[in-house]
Design a protein around this ligand. Structure first.
Ligand code: C5P
Length: 232
């Protein structure tokens, strides 16, 4: 995969119609844009919604952050691989055995989706994270990333602030997908470890995930065009 920063838009709108409206509005850029289908859209609109997005020419990232016992995760991964999904994610904290089992199970697919591991959610600050995981974010996120790399995954979900170090610790082609992007100084909302596009580029992110700054704006297409211009 070419090493150019790609925009991934989170389709977290309250209705399928609003998500499709946005996807249609920016369809001319479908080759350059990934769409992220998360809990809200997938639970509500299911596989059919993904088929509609694929028909418009988009790459689709299914953000369900799988976390369960290894066999159950692998079962779910197999079902995901049967759909026309380009990328999905699992939690690194499910353990290296679970990550390996997921990769083994989808090996048989001729065109398998990319698999990323979630390291630390970008909504955590260090204090909150430490209470749960017992270590500082930057240390633990890097540990998770190394395990995901060892398990044969394609990359990780992390904040911009860990991206470069994770690549240095693993491989420059090990993908980093970074949410918590506020391109033009927008409100952070519940995100804690945010960054702008320039910083994402500097830290060698492969994908930036942007949701609310796009779908909540009065003119999403204009914002998307501004972002695409900046990531070139
Ligand atoms: O609206 P906003 O730009 O904050 O959206 C970020 C999106 O990325 C949300 O859909 C959220 O679920 C997702 N995400 C995240 N942090 C992670 C993984 C996914 O914010 N570590």
């Amino acid at each position: 995969m070419e090493n150019k920063l790609k925009l991934c838009i989170a389709l977290d709108n309250p209705s399928k119609e609003e998500n499709l409206k946005l996807a249609k509005e920016i369809k001319e850029y479908s080759k350059d844009i990934w769409l992220k289908v998360g809990f809200r859209s997938f639970i509500r609109d299911g596989k059919e919604f993904i088929v509609e997005l694929k028909k418009m020419g988009y790459n689709v990232f299914l953000d369900l952050k799988l976390y369960d016992i290894p066999n159950t995760m692998a079962d779910a991964a197999e079902e995901i691989a049967k759909m026309e999904i380009d990328m999905f994610n699992i939690h690194a904290s499910a353990g290296i055995k679970a990550m390996r089992e997921v990769m083994n199970r989808i090996e048989k697919f001729e065109k398998r989706p990319l698999v990323l591991a979630v390291t630390a959610l970008t909504s955590f600050d260090n204090e909150e994270f430490k209470k749960i995981y017992g270590q500082d974010i930057e240390i633990k996120a890097k540990k998770f990333a190394k395990e995901a790399y060892k398990a044969g995954l394609d990359g990780v979900v992390c904040s911009v602030w860990e991206s470069l170090e994770i690549k240095n610790d693993t491989n420059e082609n090990f993908l980093t997908l970074t949410p918590g992007i506020r391109p033009f100084g927008e409100n952070a909302g519940d995100q804690k470890r945010i960054a702008d596009i320039k910083t994402a580029k500097k830290h060698k992110s492969d994908f930036i995930v942007i949701g609310r700054p796009i779908y909540k704006s009065d003119n999403p297409k204009k914002i998307v065009e501004k972002i695409l211009k900046e990531i070139q």
